[in-house]
Design a protein around this ligand. Structure first.
Ligand SMILES: [Zn+2]
Length: 366
């Protein structure tokens, strides 16, 4: 059943070697870690959707033995082992796959670029009002007609993934622990990525709330270029940039036809992109260095299918990004625009792939 897939993985990606290094921290386990890992792999590859489904499948004689071996885990054994999993070995597999991918030139560019750009995004993976653990985050929510306030437990992670290339690759994931902000969890992850993937990434792309001087300084010190969405609420820098953009003509004006993003129910038909590029803005003194701001004003015709009917309307998007590099690097404004858009496109595709192709729609075991 799996033989073609595992033969391919073995021949091209040294799968068996990776699997043999899988570890967990159970005391005196009866079922080897590799059998747990391969059962989990098979469960996701076949989109079984739950540990119980997996257990039922594993009981069918002679079906899973070629993949998993003679000792097959129950749903309970899977949950017990996975809760004690050695994450360093999993992250090591990601690093290896990423480096091999680059070496084998498997990443295809979505637009011409020589930089390696990664984006950080947050994702919520578990929510419950009953079950919780010591690492759950909590929030108050109002429920029912009486708006009674109850505690909700949830898990949230930040993930780092390559953008502007296909196939998608998630490089690392880090949970937000009680007391964390998304920014503090992201910093832990970036520090680890910096150590385990030296020179793998050139640029990191962030959402607006990462525009915090201490954080940005640390990321620049690790040698990464930084691109951050700039929004109105983020004060002086935005206002100053806005003043300059209003006073000047755009540096580039590019009419275009046909779409750049082709989702199933959305097409971009034609439009015009105007680009402004202002360097050496000094209105973010906390950072201690000048900031470049790129603005992309995009008028386009959006063709959208709603309830089976295609409609067209004109939309205007006004994007701005703060661009800061630790050195003299100055990528063209058009490339900054591509990175900014790839970020959203990729957020769809990265997590989308995990949910659609691997059935990671919910947490399988708290
Ligand atoms: Zn929990």
């Amino acid at each position: 059943m799996f033989s073609r897939q595992t033969r391919y993985l073995e021949r091209h990606w040294g799968f068996r070697d990776m699997v043999d290094r899988a570890r967990d921290n159970r005391q005196g386990p009866k079922i080897p870690s590799s059998a747990i890992f391969l059962s989990g792999f098979g469960m996701h590859a076949r989109r079984l959707g739950s540990l119980n489904r997996l257990e039922a499948e594993l009981r069918i004689p002679a079906r899973w033995e070629p993949l998993v071996g003679e000792r097959k885990p129950s749903a309970e054994a899977m949950g017990h082992a996975l809760a004690r999993w050695d994450l360093a070995c999993l992250r090591g597999m990601l690093v290896e796959a990423g480096k091999m991918g680059k070496r084998k030139k498997v990443f295809r560019r979505l637009y011409p670029d020589s930089h390696w750009v990664a984006a950080i995004d947050g994702v919520e993976t578990n929510r419950s009002r009953k079950r919780h653990c010591s690492e759950c985050l909590t929030r108050k929510v109002k429920v029912g007609k009486e708006k009674k306030e109850v505690t909700e437990y949830y898990h949230r992670e930040v993930a780092l993934q390559l953008i502007g290339v296909t196939p998608v690759l998630i490089l690392d994931v880090e949970p937000l622990l009680p007391g964390d902000t998304e920014v503090s969890a992201a910093l832990r992850m970036i520090e680890r990525v910096h150590e385990s993937y030296p020179r793998f990434i050139d640029v990191l792309s962030f959402d607006a709330f990462y525009l915090q001087a201490p954080f940005v300084k640390k990321v620049l010190n690790m040698g990464y270029g930084v691109v951050i969405v700039l929004k109105q609420e983020t004060r002086d820098l935005y206002k100053d940039a806005q003043g300059l953009f209003l006073a000047r003509e755009p540096q580039e004006r590019t009419p275009w036809v046909r779409g750049e993003a082709g989702y199933e129910n959305i097409r971009w038909l034609r439009g015009e992109t105007q680009l402004w590029d202002e360097k050496d803005l000094t209105s973010w003194p906390q950072l201690g260095r000048p900031v470049r701001v790129v603005r992309s004003l995009e008028q386009k015709v959006k063709r959208e299918r709603i309830a089976g009917k295609w409609t067209e309307r004109e939309v205007v998007e006004d994007w701005q990004w703060a661009v800061i590099f630790p050195d003299e690097t100055e990528p063209p404004a058009e490339l900054i625009r591509c990175w900014g858009h790839a970020r959203w496109d990729q957020e769809e595709r990265g997590f989308c792939e995990l949910t659609m192709l691997w059935h990671l729609k919910h947490s399988y075991h708290h």
